[in-house]
Design a protein around this ligand. Structure first.
Ligand SMILES: O=c1[nH]c(=O)c2nc[nH]c2[nH]1
Ligand SMILES: [Zn+2]
Length: 453
């Protein structure tokens, strides 16, 4: 579909570094027909020569353009269970809630309904890139890839592999089945998006307890042979860590289990990393593997509190993951908030340096996530040559103090706020009502009903 040359005028905000958010008041960004940023101008809303015929889109009220969010870990198939976890912890949660739900994706109608919904919903929250776990089912996993492509969401789509410690009705029968099914899903994406421009397949061993050493070694070989990225879980819960020790007595640590299988590389995304030892973090750093921090899930399943500031100070690459449905929300904005609050609980025992700031949380949600998925040259910020993966955020003024405009959302701008205050109000009190439009690679993929662009 051909895109129109477009100039986005108004304030734009993005992370300049881990600790600094750059606010460019009254600037403009030009996006070409290829969906890429052609120019970025500060302090002028003038449309430059050569762009006078371009479409113009302006921010509204106290709004701003912000990079699209990157969800580095979400289970698309678990979306119907978002908010449903009771008082369970990881291992019983899997058996009680998760495996029965995931096994229902042998039904393609069910898969179509859930996957269309989760992609539409995450887009509406400003998630322009998502790393999805699907299920073991090849047709349903391929359907998820098709749906992401049709709806225009940048996505990493993984067919889940698991050949033990799960019910008979939901597991791979053999190593060969797991590898062959993974290959079929890789081949499917190669057919629909040969350059992996929007959709990328991802090799997905569920986690060490549900994968034999043989299946992980075979998937490690596939990872090395194809160069296709890999995603899994690591060190989420203490009982899980003890189980891994018992299942892999020869391995020095949980991290070594993946390393010995050839699954720990610069293209590996590890979700959780709550209980990692110093040596494990050093090994992850040495391999340049990436971390998806999932604070809402870690709180919901009482898994623990990941030491994010420690990982960052040691030079690890970290992004945010909603981990639906261990996590209750598919909003990365909410996840940023959760990350800040979990870090404050860590600070109550470890000291103030453990606290994440608003700026750091927003970095993790955008540039950090981009590095986690290996797309830091294409997404995560507004620079010439990057793809226009962006959201338009709208914050409303308090007009009539006695009237609540439900449509406008809960962020209240009274008038004296600095830009720093406005961003903080968005992070702490905002929701999807503030995300009024979303673009991926220049294509409009979501807009609030009635919005005139
Ligand atoms: O948060 C999680 N969600 C899952 O589905 C899962 N499977 C293994 N370990 C897991 N952790
Ligand atoms: Zn998960």
């Amino acid at each position: 579909m051909a895109l129109e040359k477009t100039v986005y005028i108004g304030t734009y905000i993005h992370s300049e570094s881990l600790t600094k958010v750059d606010v460019a008041v009254d600037g403009s960004i030009g996006v070409g027909e290829d969906g890429k940023i052609a120019f970025v101008l500060r302090d002028t809303t003038e449309v430059p020569e050569g762009w006078r015929n371009a479409k113009v889109i302006r921010t509204q009220d106290h709004g701003f353009f912000f990079p699209g969010f990157i969800d580095t870990h979400i289970h698309a198939s678990q979306y119907p269970n978002a908010g449903v976890f009771g008082n369970s912890t990881l291992l019983d949660w899997l058996n009680t809630y998760t495996f029965p739900l995931e096994s229902s994706f042998n039904n393609l109608d069910n898969a179509a309904r859930v996957y269309n919904r989760v992609v539409a919903r995450t887009l509406s929250h400003g998630t322009t890139t998502a790393c999805y776990f699907a299920t073991t089912h090849v047709p349903a996993t391929n359907l998820l890839a098709d749906i992401c492509q049709a709806r225009g969401q940048r996505a990493f789509v993984g067919r889940v592999c698991m050949d033990r410690m799960s019910p008979d009705y939901y597991r791979d029968e053999s190593v060969e089945v797991a590898v062959d099914a993974s290959r079929q899903c890789i081949d499917h994406v190669m057919k629909i998006d040969p350059a992996f421009d929007l959709i990328t397949p991802v090799i997905t061993p569920r986690f060490a307890p549900s994968c034999t050493a043989e299946v992980m070694a075979a998937l490690g070989k596939l990872h090395q042979e194809t160069g296709v990225p890999c995603q899994t879980h690591i060190s989420e819960n203490k009982a899980e860590c003890a189980l891994v020790k018992e299942l892999f007595p020869q391995s020095a640590s949980y991290t070594h289990v993946y390393d010995e299988a050839g699954l720990l590389t610069a293209k590996t995304i590890l979700a959780h990393a709550v209980h990692l030892g110093v040596d494990e973090r050093a090994l992850i750093k040495a391999r340049d593997a990436k971390i998806s921090h999932c604070p809402a899930s870690n709180t919901a399943l009482t898994s623990g509190a990941a030491r994010v500031k420690t990982m960052l100070s040691e030079g690890l690459t970290v992004g945010l993951g909603t981990d639906v449905s261990g996590g209750y929300t598919c909003s990365i904005l909410a996840e940023a908030r959760e990350a800040i609050f979990v870090s404050r609980h860590v600070a109550m025992t470890d000291g103030d340096e453990a606290k994440l700031t608003v700026e750091e949380a927003l970095y993790l949600a955008t540039r950090g996530g981009a590095r986690v998925v290996g797309l830091e040259d294409r997404i995560g910020g507004f620079e010439v040559g990057k793809d226009w993966d962006a959201q338009m955020v709208t914050l409303s003024s308090v007009e009539d103090a006695g009237v609540i405009d439900q449509h406008a959302g809960p962020v209240e701008i009274f008038g004296g706020e600095s830009w720093e205050d406005k961003v903080a109000k968005w992070v702490y009190t905002g929701d999807d009502r503030n995300t009024t439009a979303v673009w991926v690679n220049g294509r409009l993929v979501h807009s609030r009903e009635g919005l005139k662009l």
